[in-house]
Design a protein around this ligand. Structure first.
Ligand code: ADP
Length: 404
């Protein structure tokens, strides 16, 4: 079986061709600068060289056509005809309360997804453009949608409601949704496999630390809390996003600095976080390089790891204990310093990192807690595209069974 996984942004289309039965990516790439000068396709076949192809790519449909032609090409392709693609799996950021699992795309599903545009005005419209374009180009295969929010739909009301007038939840859907759901689900499931126990017997805390950062409390296989909220701005400190702040600060700054709504949104999302505090960079590698010599880089790093530790404590309390902590994402997989500082002092509840295991090279899957540590701590590389391919395969297989 071959699944084409698509992740469409406002000016980009990321893709992977995956054989889900073998859990193997055959090719991957990205089309960038769609609709702009200098549009380019970067493509890589498993085990091959990365190639770049410039072209005039005016919209998402042209971008996906371009992707299909390279996938079919003699020198850089991985399929011989479009018919080899069994199904397409699409990533969509926001599924609101309508979707708690991945689904086959139908007209009704499209209508529900359009209703979620209000919640993710920057992401959902591009995601939908990608779906429409792909359906036109590959009309005879099932298209499946996988939502970043779906995994967290199991949160109880006391975790997802804010202390705001209840009518705002009813009228505008103001509540915590949470994001990175596919990643939290993937590394949580994998952690249970590594521990060798059914996930229904484990309390797991997952830390997805990339440019965007979030944590989840996964109790017996179900997400019961997560740090991102109504939007991906809440919670941990991130590359350029503030994470948790007192909401009154926004009102105060808007008045003192004469900021418009747009300015305030940009400040919180683009000029805050590691970037805003350090004044140096949103990239964790640069922050760590300057940690010893630059005070603001040090403070940025300290805030980053302190907040992770606070959430580990909060989620352990919320679940009445924790068995496993998992680190993933670009920072979680690569920074031994972040992992160490975020878990230092947690020996009191049975979590102790083994320094040698933690600093061993590579970002591969590894256990980094000591043999005596009651709470196990793992680094597990995430693979959101594989989750999309596996969910798509499951839905395709169910369709086959139903049609028999
Ligand atoms: P995205 O959320 O955009 O998918 P990634 O998961 O790739 O991002 O994570 C990007 C972050 O990972 C950046 O802050 C980058 O600095 C960090 N990172 C990557 N490699 C390392 C490393 N070796 N040490 C510390 N941070 C790293």
């Amino acid at each position: 079986m071959i699944i084409l996984v698509l992740n469409t942004g406002s000016s980009s289309v990321k893709y992977q061709v995956i054989n889900p039965e073998e859990k193997k990516a055959l090719a991957k790439g990205v089309v960038e600068r769609i609709g702009m000068a200098g549009a380019v396709l970067t493509h890589k076949v498993l085990g091959g060289e990365e190639i770049k192809l410039a072209g005039e790519i005016l919209d998402h449909k042209m971008a996906i056509e371009y992707v299909l032609s390279i996938l079919l090409s003699k020198n850089h392709g991985v399929i011989k005809s479009r018919d080899e693609i069994t199904a397409v799996g699409h990533r969509v950021v926001h599924g609101g309360e309508a979707f708690s699992a991945s689904v086959l795309i139908s007209e009704d599903v499209m209508t529900e997804m359009r209703k979620c545009i209000d919640y993710a005005p920057l992401h959902n419209p591009s995601n939908l453009k990608g779906i429409n374009a792909a359906k036109q180009l590959l009309p005879n295969v099932p298209h499946v949608v996988v939502f970043d929010t779906a995994f967290h739909q199991s949160m109880p009301k006391h975790a997802f409601l804010y202390g705001l007038p209840y009518v705002l939840y009813k009228r505008h859907g103001i509540r915590r949704y949470g994001f990175h759901g596919s990643s939290h689900r993937f590394v949580g499931d994998r952690a249970a496999e590594l521990v060798g126990k059914p996930k229904e017997e484990l309390n797991i805390i997952t830390c997805h630390l990339g440019n965007g950062c979030s944590m989840a409390a996964i109790e017996k296989g179900r997400s019961v809390d997560t740090s991102m909220g109504f939007t991906p701005l809440e919670g941990l400190l991130m590359g350029t996003r503030s994470g948790d702040i007192d909401p009154a600060i926004v009102l105060q700054i808007m008045s003192k600095e004469d900021l418009s709504l747009n300015d305030a949104t940009t400040m919180l999302n683009k000029h805050s976080g590691l970037q805003g505090i350090s004044g140096l960079s949103s990239d964790m590698r640069e922050i760590e390089e300057e940690y010893k010599s630059n005070e603001r880089a040090r403070i940025a790093h300290d805030i980053f790891t302190y907040r992770i530790k606070k959430y580990i404590g909060a989620y352990a309390a919320a679940m009445g204990g924790v068995d496993v902590v998992v680190f993933t994402g670009g920072i979680g997989e690569n920074s031994s310093m972040v992992r160490k500082k975020s878990t230092e002092g947690l020996e009191f509840f049975g979590l102790k990192i083994d320094d040698a295991k933690n600093t061993s090279n590579g970002s591969d899957e590894k256990l980094i807690s000591t043999d005596e540590s009651k709470v196990k701590c793992y680094v597990i590389p995430t693979n959101e595209e594989l989750v999309i391919a596996l969910d798509t395969m499951e839905i395709v297989n169910n369709l086959k069974k139903e049609s028999k």
